[in-house]
Design a protein around this ligand. Structure first.
Ligand SMILES: [Zn+2]
Ligand SMILES: [Zn+2]
Length: 239
């Protein structure tokens, strides 16, 4: 087994709230400087900067998992990760059809820049990406699985846009086996209040929207090998 330092929740400049400096190449470079083994790019409701990010990360020897932070109908944030860029982009097309379309107002919400592998802006997404989709939280586990990926609820201990803030409980029929919290200090309390979490692997990520908020490698995942498959298999299996 090897222990890989990770940060599986990072936003690029394609997220309206993501800083313009969060280009795919800058994220990959910062991950290398910080010494992270594996990162995931998880923009709001889109995977479309994952291709250039995977290419840039590869140059630095950092493993980058293509992903998305999906906003459900209940405005719950759920991180979905995929084994290949193709699967991520197929999932992206599905989600885009289910996104409530409202034109982005860059002045208020920020730019939504699309990049190419040469770290050049090639366009911007016209519709606001932080809106809700019409996908129910209960459907996301199976949905991600149907694209051979995995889902975990994002920042459970956040006071907005989390499963616990918006639903107030963990639906008992849930099947996720990994959950993300912002601050590991909250873990004991959360597990006492929500016993479902006793059977989950708990991870913590930066949810960085700015380069300086990407995290030093502190936490690790134990896997057989440094590969996307190994990490997705782990996150999809009960601990
Ligand atoms: Zn979020
Ligand atoms: Zn996020």
């Amino acid at each position: 087994m090897i222990n890989l330092s990770y940060d599986l929740h990072i936003h690029s400049c394609l997220s309206p709230c993501g800083d313009d400096e969060m280009t795919p190449a800058n994220i990959a470079g910062m991950a290398a400087v910080l010494g992270l083994d594996v990162i995931a790019l998880t923009d709001h409701n889109t995977c479309r900067n994952c291709g250039p990010a995977m290419a840039a990360a590869g140059e630095y020897g950092v493993l980058l998992i293509p992903g998305m932070e999906l906003t459900t109908m209940e405005e719950v944030h759920a991180v979905c990760l995929f084994r290949t860029l193709e699967a991520a982009l197929d999932f992206d097309s599905y989600v885009y059809k289910h996104l409530l379309k409202v034109p982005n107002q860059e002045k208020y919400f920020g730019h939504q820049y699309l990049y190419d592998a040469e770290d050049r802006i090639i366009g911007s997404e016209p519709n606001l990406l932080i809106n809700a989709t019409d996908i129910e939280f209960d459907a996301v586990w199976d949905l991600a699985k149907s694209y051979n990926g995995v889902m975990f609820p994002a920042h459970l201990d956040k006071s907005t846009t989390s499963l616990l803030s918006n639903l107030g409980f963990i639906p008992p029929e849930s099947r996720f086996v990994t959950a993300e919290i912002k601050d590991m200090k909250n873990l004991h309390r959360l597990r006492a209040e929500h016993p479902y979490l006793n059977n989950c692997r708990i991870i913590s990520d930066s949810d960085a929207h700015h380069l300086e908020h990407m995290r030093e490698p502190e936490l690790t995942l134990a896997v057989e090998e440094k590969s996307i498959d190994a990490i997705i298999d782990l996150l999809g299996t009960a601990p």
